[in-house]
Design a binder for this molecule. Structure first.
Ligand SMILES: NC(=O)c1ccc[n+]([C@@H]2O[C@H](COP(=O)([O-])OP(=O)(O)OC[C@H]3O[C@@H](n4cnc5c(N)ncnc54)[C@H](OP(=O)(O)O)[C@@H]3O)[C@@H](O)[C@H]2O)c1
Length: 325
């Protein structure tokens, strides 16, 4: 198949491109003028220079393309406006190009950040209420609604995949910083008792799921959660990390009321000053229940995650040590 990948220079994109090439697909990658294309240099891919925020630059991008994986977006930024531009406007521009094309599938990689975090230890399934609490989640949901609009109004074949936090080699943002802190400080502050669900996707498992979605045309029009099959608790993630690092990680448990104060300050900064405080958000979100039910993709498409937490963390810590320590 001839496949277009947006966001190919990013963390998930680089892994996806590698696996698509291994499966003998032809891959076109959208790259920006300023993109760092080092990770794509050794691959036989067709580099298409353009920018999702400049619709004219996208005009020939779908020539000969059967399937689109749309990964490009803004995952982390201190300015809330960047999320809207990078996730909503960018997706709309791409959908406009796709609406009159002959593509057989448009796979939109969304996030479980679109859900309202449940107050109890229940798992999120595809029917759970969508009420995002962050600018990232809000703009991913808005982009999903656009994708569904093009499906209903223009018959654009689409699938939406809602991923949990993805980790693994070459992730350089939040998760790696979190693990690096564990390695260096061997100490972490946790609000609550750490018994909350925090689903994770090891990158290879996540790519397995994305490939399955691309292979099954019967999934058109559907929404799937994608994550490791087991929903881990925060304590489980920390204990497993501790064993792999080979040192005891000191967990300092903080009372919930302190978390509520952090959350209040976070919301004031976001609503009044349009600032996204990743620090306040990170400490609070760690205590939330974000456990993912993946039985729909497992039952309908045969997904099962092959790499367990221990092995995923072992590979990730090895990469972090080689790269940063
Ligand atoms: N990482 C996770 O834990 C996770 C979990 C669930 C869902 N997701 C979703 O998966 C997707 C990929 O995530 P990631 O972690 O791989 O992100 P990432 O590493 O930050 O990569 C983002 C990619 O988007 C590209 N991009 C951004 N704006 C663009 C534009 N205007 N035109 C063209 N390309 C643009 C970037 O290109 P440059 O190289 O030019 O900057 C980069 O390739 C995102 O949509 C994210 O919401 C991620």
């Amino acid at each position: 198949m001839n496949i277009l990948v947006t966001g190919a220079t990013g963390f998930i994109g680089r892994h996806l491109v590698k696996r698509l090439l291994e499966a003998r697909h032809s891959v076109r990658c959208l790259v920006r003028k300023a993109s760092n294309i080092n990770n794509l240099k050794n691959f036989r891919v067709d580099l298409y220079e353009g920018d999702l925020l400049q619709p004219k630059s996208l005009e020939g991008i779908l020539e000969g393309i059967d399937l689109v994986y749309h990964l490009a977006g803004i995952v982390s930024s201190r300015q809330t406006s960047k999320f809207y531009i990078g996730n909503v406007i960018a997706t709309k521009n791409l959908l406009e190009i796709c609406k009159n094309s002959k593509i057989k599938n448009f796979i939109y990689v969304s996030s479980i950040a679109v859900y309202q975090p449940p107050s109890s230890k229940t798992l999120l399934d595809e029917n759970s209420p969508c009420k995002p609490i962050t600018p990232y989640g809000k703009t991913k949901l808005e982009a999903e609604r656009l994708v569904l609009h093009y499906f209903h109004n223009y018959n654009l074949p689409i699938v939406i995949v809602r991923g949990s936090v993805v980790y693994g080699p070459f992730e350089t943002e939040v998760v790696t910083k979190f693990f690096l802190n564990l390695i260096k400080k061997k100490k972490i502050f946790v609000i609550g008792d750490g018994d909350n669900f925090r689903s994770l996707s090891y990158i290879d498992n996540f790519i397995d799921g994305l490939l399955l979605v691309g292979e099954h045309l019967e999934s058109i029009g559907r929404i799937y959660n994608l994550s490791d099959q087991k929903a881990y608790t925060l304590n489980e993630i920390l204990e497993t990390s501790s064993r792999i690092i080979g040192a005891k990680i000191k967990i300092v448990f903080l009372p919930n009321w302190l978390g509520n104060i952090f959350w209040l300050i976070y919301n004031i900064l976001e609503k009044l000053f349009r600032i996204f405080s990743i620090e306040l958000y990170s400490i609070k979100v760690l205590s939330m229940n974000l456990g993912c039910d993946v039985s729909k993709i497992a039952n309908e498409l045969g997904y099962s995650s092959q790499i367990d937490l221990k092995e995923g963390l072992r590979r990730t810590f090895e990469w972090i040590r080689d790269t940063y320590v």
